[in-house]
Design a binder for this molecule. Structure first.
Ligand SMILES: CC(=O)SCCNC(=O)CCNC(=O)[C@H](O)C(C)(C)COP(=O)(O)OP(=O)(O)OC[C@H]1O[C@@H](n2cnc3c(N)ncnc32)[C@H](O)[C@@H]1OP(=O)(O)O
Ligand SMILES: O=CC(=O)O
Ligand SMILES: [Mg+2]
Length: 725
């Protein structure tokens, strides 16, 4: 139960108050009384603006619903577009301009590489993510389906040398592609050494080879004649050949190579948003504490792994001798962004003078910036930003006024925390339809602090369904990825990013690979995001980051972007193509399959969210493929079901029956967990099951189809029940 401390007119939950006063404020250069009084005025000034923006969202949605209802079936496109202009949904476009963001770390501005996302409330995972700047290629290959299990190469039990051999072969082929040797293969190497500043590789017949492009050799560790590590660089990404003839793998390798370490997650998003379940002050403090620990370099996590106690902490930087005998050091950790929540939710962690919950996005902005100020003040043994910037990702904004509001919030936070103007950088998620359509204007509002745009296609799909809910039944979920609106949205995002000068200053990012176990498919497909002009793209795990890094070695993103700059076109009309299936003639089997797949994903995710407070889960779909589910994927599934219900493709009874059936399946999938509370057979008593029902049956009326309001309400209900019992 909440216990509030009165500070001025604010009431601050004691847990949050104590965290701020005793952990976040000391050494930040900010005085307690001043902090709270500035926070109070900031809230007083900005809360009404935040509310107005949310009202505007609802007003526009209501106009859209009315319009679609008045224009059933195939409407006149020109008329539709004029209507969107009239209501201000399509904004008049600003004049051409270029962004001017300064003090952006190279990891963002010029280095192309994978972007990892991690729920920051999980310290073990968050530390793993921060440390995922470098990852073992051998482990990534051995542990995933990239290497097949044929001919005795199964992934079972202890180390399988047949599999190991395949891994080494694959990895050496990677080396041959990234840093080829003159007239030889790395497979033939027997020694690596450094002679007169050059990498010298002796092959099987005793001949000496070197790199085809000698400038790719950047450094080494250990003695030049017998190095323990060789550092290479290609397309701005590093990799390290690790040599140890006493190591179980190295001793069986002719050149003593024990592993190839790949520079992997160049940047990481420490997520406070869709992969996190944080519904009250207790939860928010857990999130903020981990962030503070990361920024002060003090976070540790101790856990049991394979029967052994392991303590994880941040990795130090990496040091090498350069070819000329000098020293070089490289970041040992991924550059961290912090994803704040959007403008929608309020939080009971602070109540304002009227006793009302304050906007959670404002609180996140203030507290995460305060926490990150410790990095700028060098209150840590490590640096996150060498350039003295704070990186915040702002999700779920609709249109340029909402981006302008985020800009104003950041200005105010900078004033409050004594930071220079534009110290706080912004990553703008292009994941709502109104932002996609007005992206140029959105970027313009933050042109001095923007450091990324990213196509969050998952939320964006949810918003596509919700916005045009009344237009008709939507195409099936799996068809969305190839639909016109989505493809044009992806292209338009890159076009606008390039034409507003993001190249060389900021990231143009693409979305999540949501099948964490399908790494072979990822390797086969995710390079297309780079070819489409992205210099970063999201991955769900460190292993995926290491494998995705291979794409950046193959593709020179800057060259791809330069080519795309030649062919920029306006895509507005295509983006406006609503993905309805007005003539659909689905069979009963297809309809049931769609329902069951959506229901399984919803229930599998929601049960862990509501009952266990887990915001991101791997949930099997009906084909038994484990999918990364977070609030954005939940938004899609629940809105899709709500849409088919609304248009009579399915009826309420059928949906309920499917939910009950799939709840039993999900219970079965979780039966190994002693903490798990089954949803069946007493469905009415399961708060998680009720939450899933609400998300579907009330989905049409939820603001922009977001799932947060229902999830928060139901999780709080469960928490209060647990405290009472
Ligand atoms: C639409 C959007 O907004 S997408 C952005 C939000 N989504 C995310 O952030 C996805 C992040 N990924 C995850 O949370 C997880 O990978 C999941 C939930 C998908 C799968 O988790 P699990 O089932 O626990 O994974 P699995 O058992 O295969 O692997 C666990 C190991 O991988 C590590 N791991 C998995 N994901 C991550 C991650 N994102 N960052 C760091 N480490 C990770 C864990 O630390 C653990 O290793 P450890 O034992 O050494 O600590
Ligand atoms: O946040 C990412 C998305 O796809 O949504
Ligand atoms: Mg999103």
């Amino acid at each position: 139960m909440s216990d509030y401390v009165k500070v001025g007119t604010l009431q601050v939950d004691r847990a949050l108050y104590e965290f701020i006063v005793s952990e976040a404020l000391p050494e930040s250069g900010i005085v307690n009384e001043q902090f709270w009084s500035d926070f109070e005025s900031l809230l007083a000034d900005l809360t009404p603006l935040n509310k107005n923006l949310l009202e505007k969202r609802d007003a526009l949605q209501s106009k859209l619903d009315t319009w679609y209802n008045e224009h059933p079936g195939n409407y006149d496109f020109k008329e539709y577009k004029s209507f969107l202009q009239e209501i201000g949904y399509l904004e008049p476009q600003v004049e051409d301009f270029k962004i001017t963001s300064e003090n952006v770390d190279d990891d963002i501005s010029t280095q192309a590489g994978p972007q990892l996302v991690v729920p920051v409330d999980n310290a073990r995972y968050a530390l793993n993510a921060a440390n995922a700047r470098y990852g073992s290629l051998y482990d990534a290959l051995y542990g995933t389906d990239v290497i097949n299990e044929e001919d005795g190469a199964e992934r079972v039990g202890g180390y399988n040398p047949i599999r190991g051999e395949k891994v080494v072969l694959y990895a050496k082929e990677v080396l041959d592609q990234i840093a080829p040797l003159t007239a030889s293969s790395h497979k033939d190497a027997v020694t690596y050494k450094v002679t007169s500043g050059e990498l010298c590789v002796t092959v099987g017949d005793g001949t000496e080879r070197t790199l085809e492009e000698s400038e790719k050799f950047k450094g080494f560790q250990g003695p030049a004649e017998d190095p323990s590590a060789i550092l290479l660089e290609n397309n701005g990404l590093h990799l390290e050949i690790q040599i140890d003839r006493n190591h179980p793998i190295g001793k069986n390798d002719a050149a003593g190579v024990k592993d190839i370490l790949m520079e992997s997650a160049t940047t990481t998003i420490m997520d406070c948003e869709d992969s996190v379940a944080a519904v009250d002050a207790e939860d928010k403090v857990r999130v903020y504490k981990n962030l503070l620990g990361l920024m002060k370099g003090e976070l540790t996590s101790t856990f049991d792994k394979g029967g052994k106690e392991v303590t994880r902490q941040l990795q130090p930087d990496r040091h090498y001798t350069n070819p000329n005998g000098g020293e070089i050091s490289l970041h040992g950790r991924s550059l961290m962004f912090m994803r704040n929540v959007g403008h929608l939710m309020t939080t009971p962690a602070i109540l304002d003078g009227n006793g009302e919950e304050v906007p959670e996005g404002i609180m996140d902005g203030v507290v995460t910036s305060l926490v990150a100020k410790h990095d700028l003040l060098r209150n840590s043994r490590f640096r996150n930003s060498e350039k003295g910037s704070i990186y915040i990702v702002k999700p779920k904004m609709h249109g340029s006024k909402e981006v302008a509001f985020a800009n104003e919030l950041f200005d105010r936070i900078e004033d409050m925390l004594g930071l220079e103007r534009h110290t706080i950088k912004i990553g703008v998620m292009d994941e709502e339809r109104r932002t996609t359509l007005n992206l140029k204007n959105c970027i313009h509002e933050v042109k001095e602090r923007i450091v990324f745009i990213n196509t969050g296609f998952l939320d964006r799909t949810g918003d596509e369904i919700h916005t045009s809910m009344a237009a008709g039944p939507m195409i099936r979920k799996k068809e969305m990825k190839s639909s016109t609106w989505l493809q044009s949205y992806e292209q338009s995002n890159v076009n606008i990013g390039l034409s507003t000068g993001l190249q060389g200053r900021a990231q143009i990012g693409k979305g999540m690979w949501a099948m964490p176990e399908m790494m072979k498919s990822m390797l086969e497909q995710k390079h297309s995001q780079l070819e489409a002009g992205a210099n970063t793209a999201w991955v769900p795990s460190p292993t995926a980051a290491t494998l995705h890094a291979l794409h950046y070695h193959k593709i020179n993103v800057k060259a791809a972007q330069d080519q795309l700059l030649e062919t920029i076109q306006d895509k507005t009309d295509e983006i406006l193509e609503v993905p309805t299936a007005l003539d659909a003639n689905w069979t009963e089997k297809e309809i049931q399959e769609e329902l069951e797949n959506n229901a399984q994903g919803i229930l599998g995710y929601v049960v862990r969210w509501v009952n266990h407070g887990v915001g991101c889960s791997k949930v099997p779909d009906i084909d038994d493929v484990g999918l990364m589910e977070d609030r954005a994927t939940l938004r899609i599934s629940s809105q899709h079901m709500a849409n088919w219900l609304h248009h009579g493709i399915v009826n309420e009874e059928k949906v309920k029956e499917t939910l009950r059936k799939m709840a039993k399946v999900v219970d079965g999938q979780n039966s190994h967990d002693p903490e798990y509370r089954p949803m069946a057979p007493d469905f009415n008593r399961s708060i998680a099951f009720q939450a899933a029902c609400d998300l579907i049956f009330e989905g049409r009326g939820e603001p922009n189809g977001y799932t947060e309001p229902i999830l928060h309400k139901r999780r709080r209900e469960l928490k209060s029940e647990t405290y009472v019992n």
